[in-house]
Design a protein around this ligand. Sequence first.
Ligand SMILES: Nc1ncnc2c1ncn2[C@@H]1O[C@H](COP(=O)(O)OP(=O)(O)OP(=O)(O)O)[C@@H](O)[C@H]1O
Ligand SMILES: [Mg+2]
Length: 259
Amino acid sequence: MTSFPKSTEPVLAVGGLAVHYGGRSALCDVDLAIDRGQIVSLVGPNGAGKSTLLKVLAGMLPPSHGTVDFDGAPLRKPHRRITYVPQRSGVEWSFPVSVLDTVLMGIADRTPRWRRYGRAEERRALDALDQVGMRRFARIQIGELSGGQQQRVFLARALLADGEVFLLDEPFAGVDVPTQELMVGLFDTLRQRNAAIVYATHDLTQAAATSDVTVLLNRRIVAAGPPREVFTEQALRETFGGQVVILTTPAPSPEPVIR
Ligand SMILES: Nc1ncnc2c1ncn2[C@@H]1O[C@H](COP(=O)(O)OP(=O)(O)OP(=O)(O)O)[C@@H](O)[C@H]1O
Ligand SMILES: [Mg+2]
């Protein structure tokens, strides 16, 4: 697996970012710099713009205003070193494709079109499936898997892609505890490779436990920093609006409670 060089430059940076869908604003005034080896969680209510921000960071959605830079250069389209795993509900599997082929798609743009995947690629894909406990499903169709199993396959694809940045939209949602633990282990592996991970979540406790930086988002950034610092009652109230969010403080690790 590739390790990426230490650098003081952020691997991803957005400045003065705004996104409008038609006339409606989904994000405004977003400034964010993400370093290599950093795990960043995006936290905010439904409709806060988390998925929108991830799509912009993936180069899939052009911002209405502002800049997006990857590795110091403007990002205008998806980049092979940026791996994006969509929110589960966003994936429709109406066409037949095997689990193995899904994983191999992670390296599709590195394989010439005239060539089928070779044995070496297939072995790497099977290894990646092994790492997420899905090797025995390699030959079955992706649409026949449960949501959590599909999520594991996406992770295997992400591993194979050797990405420098991983953008995951609600990877912990609706998956069982072993899958969550697997995910946290993979985050660690990726961090050791000096990759950056940005993920959206609704689980504040998970965010506190599994990120270096938490971004509280509600169309704009309310707070960003180490979770212990950003999970203040005021910032959470500002983020979640009407919902009352109370922190049990002081505590060794923040245990947010939503009433
Ligand atoms: N393709 C789209 N067309 C029009 N509006 C959109 C589109 N995608 C998102 N929006 C709007 O942009 C806003 C932000 O949506 P987004 O999906 O980014 O929120 P989110 O924080 O990911 O929410 P959730 O927690 O429900 O996943 C919402 O008001 C949504 O209605
Ligand atoms: Mg979303």
